[in-house]
Design a binder for this molecule. Structure first.
Ligand SMILES: Nc1nc2c(ncn2[C@@H]2O[C@H](COP(=O)(O)OP(=O)(O)OP(=O)(O)O)[C@@H](O)[C@H]2O)c(=O)[nH]1
Ligand SMILES: [Mg+2]
Length: 403
């Protein structure tokens, strides 16, 4: 199933602006809390250097696009409702928020790095709220939510382990599967916390919390999009955010949205994630548009290298979720599919995917009749257990032809 990234944070930090920019979808954007009250799922994309230039071919992309040698591969993004303190107990849009977040495999936590909104998302003087508190608060909410789910089953689980001598891991795996928790997560949490799984009755409240924190960081890995970086106090707050040990991306969602809209109108050329844009000579901006663009250059692109929206998405999929890009082709010489299209598809797959598993993602027949695969770059034949690498071009030979 396609991995999804959730855009989360307290109200009014710029989640919908981020989501709109990333998907260019029309969602409500306004300066008051709870603009987003329905879950929004949209298509954004990750960018990766396309293999077309390396293989010196002109490609004809199908499931993705290629802009001047940059491949844009679609991904799903969820714009979650704003989270307020106490959401785990159902405060604000708490339950809705948690249902949305349940669908996400990784999170982009949008933070108002300028400190221009209070803990509930109400506008305040920039610099008067500490964004550091928003990070600890959101993670605490998630932990409390996990804890609440675990506790529902805890007493029974303890009796089964200590009375009936059952193993705790499969019991918890069964009870917590809705959170995407699997055996490997539980075993790692055990190692990291050093807790005794044979004597859960001895776990303190704090032990339980440490255990769920481990599970949460594994199953909802997150990064911080330090948004509103164009507002002066934000830059000063970056260091304090970085000190928390999370991945931090300086971000200006508003600038990304403006650039994508201007590009859509043909005013300029800009590939999301670029550090600059090029004005179109035939389509001059008005004076106010030109001023806004200069401001974006001076406040965002030059000092920070990009608006950070595309970087956040790339990091979420490539680093947090450890996905790689793989290009399947039928003809290993011409790099074409059966219709003669060159490098038609780019697939995002988790690192660790084997050639045969990849075949199954394309078509079950390909996997069933799997003979061997060709790793096109080196022209080497590889077996079914070959672990795919990022930007591999792969041709699968199968005894079973698919339509
Ligand atoms: N200065 C600045 N303002 C921004 C930026 N991104 C968003 N904003 C503004 O912040 C306000 C809130 O933006 P939204 O995107 O609606 O925020 P949200 O987090 O979705 O809010 P809720 O849906 O209420 O939870 C709007 O006025 C945006 O224009 C940014 O990068 N810089
Ligand atoms: Mg919103």
């Amino acid at each position: 199933m396609a991995r999804k990234v959730g855009v989360v944070g307290k109200p009014n930090v710029g989640k919908s602006t981020f989501f709109s920019a990333a998907t260019l979808a029309h969602v409500a954007i306004a300066n008051y809390p709870f603009t987003t009250i329905k879950p929004n799922i949209g298509m954004g994309y990750v960018r990766t250097p396309c293999v077309c230039s390396e293989f010196n071919v002109t490609d004809s992309p199908g499931n993705s696009t290629c802009v001047n040698g940059t491949r844009l591969v679609p991904v799903e993004i969820v714009d979650c409702a704003g989270l307020v303190p106490g959401a785990w107990e159902g405060r604000g849009l708490g339950n809705q928020f948690l249902d949305e977040i349940r669908q996400a495999d990784a999170l982009i936590h949008v933070v108002d790095a300028a400190g221009s909104t209070d803990s509930e998302g109400r506008p305040c003087t920039p610099g008067s709220h500490n964004p550091h508190d928003d990070v600890t608060f959101l993670e605490h909410e998630l932990d409390m939510w996990y804890l609440q789910i675990l506790k529902k089953e805890w007493d029974r689980a303890v009796r089964r382990v200590e009375g009936a001598k059952e193993d705790l891991v499969p019991i918890l795996e069964d009870k917590l599967s809705g959170l995407g928790i699997r055996k490997k997560h539980l075993l790692l949490a055990k190692t990291k916390t050093g807790l005794n799984l044979e004597k859960p009755s001895a776990w303190s409240e704090n032990d339980l919390l440490r255990f769920v924190t481990e599970l949460r960081t594994q199953t909802k890995p997150l990064l911080l999009a330090a948004n509103k970086i164009d507002v002066p106090p934000a830059e000063k707050n970056l260091e304090a955010l970085r000190a928390l040990g999370r991945m931090v991306v300086p971000c200006c969602a508003e600038a990304e949205l403006a650039l994508r809209r201007a590009a859509e109108k043909g005013m300029l050329s800009y590939v999301p994630g670029d550090g600059s844009f090029k004005l179109d000579e035939r389509n001059k901006p008005s004076e106010s548009q030109a001023n806004a663009l200069t401001r974006i250059e001076e406040k965002v692109l030059i000092p920070f290298g990009s608006t950070g929206v595309q970087d956040s998405l790339n990091l979420a999929f490539f680093k947090l979720l450890q996905m790689i890009t793989v290009y399947p082709v039928e003809d290993p010489e011409k790099l074409t599919d059966h219709k003669g299209r060159v490098l038609p598809d780019a697939y995002l797959v988790p690192y660790g995917t084997t050639a045969k598993e990849f075949a199954a993602m394309i078509h079950s027949d390909l996997a069933e009749g799997f003979l061997y695969a060709t790793e096109v770059r080196s022209k080497m034949r590889v077996a079914d257990d070959y672990v795919l690498k990022d930007r591999d071009v792969i041709s699968i030979a199968s005894a079973k032809k698919h339509a």
